[in-house]
Design a protein around this ligand. Structure first.
Ligand code: DX5
Ligand code: ZN
Length: 224
């Protein structure tokens, strides 16, 4: 069943615990946490102390998206802080295979993220070891950007490879997801849909998550 994964990037950081509780009520199981270092992307967000703090207020699975240089060095610190899943950018990893194994050996699930201009072929030789693949449908760094339609082709092709090679990885999308494109994205083969501004900038975040989750569930049911 495809799932909506709220991203706290667009939440009110002064009331993070409350914001998390609000979306938790909608019955989600994962929360997306965007970590930016001002080098890999032109924005700065949060670090391990914030992850450690929010770990104390929820049991949701923390899906960390590291938009940072040197993820090999920092991933263990975020796992220690409470991350359950770590997504690392292919573009930031010199020794991708080694970093994936290192993260998994430390007890976290590991995914690889691709920027919009990075071909899925760059993952051919790690698809059998990753837990998930995250396709960026915007250039990373900021919430509220417009969905890049080519990401749907990447999802479709990845889903086909997964089937052909009988692999298990989940497919995730991040950027510009809202209630208008949920159905198309799920039908392309996506399992986890990250949504930031569509959720937290809406009048009722819990109701929005429920509505998007309903659309995702319906689309999963008719996926061929
Ligand atoms: C963007 C982040 C996203 C962000 C998405 O670089 O990785 O997770 O929260 O925000 P929306 O859903 O507003 O595009
Ligand atoms: Zn993200």
């Amino acid at each position: 069943m495809a799932q909506i994964v709220p991203s706290i990037l667009s939440a009110d950081f002064a009331r993070l615990a409350e914001e998390i509780k609000r979306v938790e009520q909608a019955g989600i199981s994962m929360l997306h946490v965007d970590v930016m270092d001002g080098h890999f992307v032109d924005n700065l967000t949060l670090g391990p102390p914030v992850v450690e703090s929010i770990r104390k207020v929820t049991n949701l699975t923390f899906d960390l998206h590291l938009m940072i240089e040197d993820p090999h060095k920092y991933a263990p610190i975020f796992i220690e802080a409470g991350a359950d899943q770590i997504s690392i950018h292919q573009e930031a990893c010199r020794h991708l295979d080694a970093t994936i194994h290192m993260i998994q050996d430390k007890g976290a699930k590991c995914g690889v993220v691709l920027n919009p201009a990075t071909p899925i072929e760059t993952l051919t030789d790690v698809l059998d070891i990753v837990d998930h693949v995250l396709i960026m449908s915007v250039n990373p760094g900021f919430g509220g950007q417009k969905f890049i339609p080519n990401s749907l082709n990447k999802i479709r092709r990845l889903a086909r490879w997964r089937e052909e090679r009988r692999l298990q990885f989940a497919i995730e999308i991040d950027g510009g997801v809202d209630k208008h494109n949920v159905e198309t994205i799920v039908r392309a083969g996506c399992d986890w849909l990250v949504a930031g501004s569509a959720v937290f900038h809406s009048a009722d975040p819990a109701a929005t998550v429920k509505e998007m989750q309903h659309l995702a569930s319906e689309a999963t049911a008719i996926r061929v």
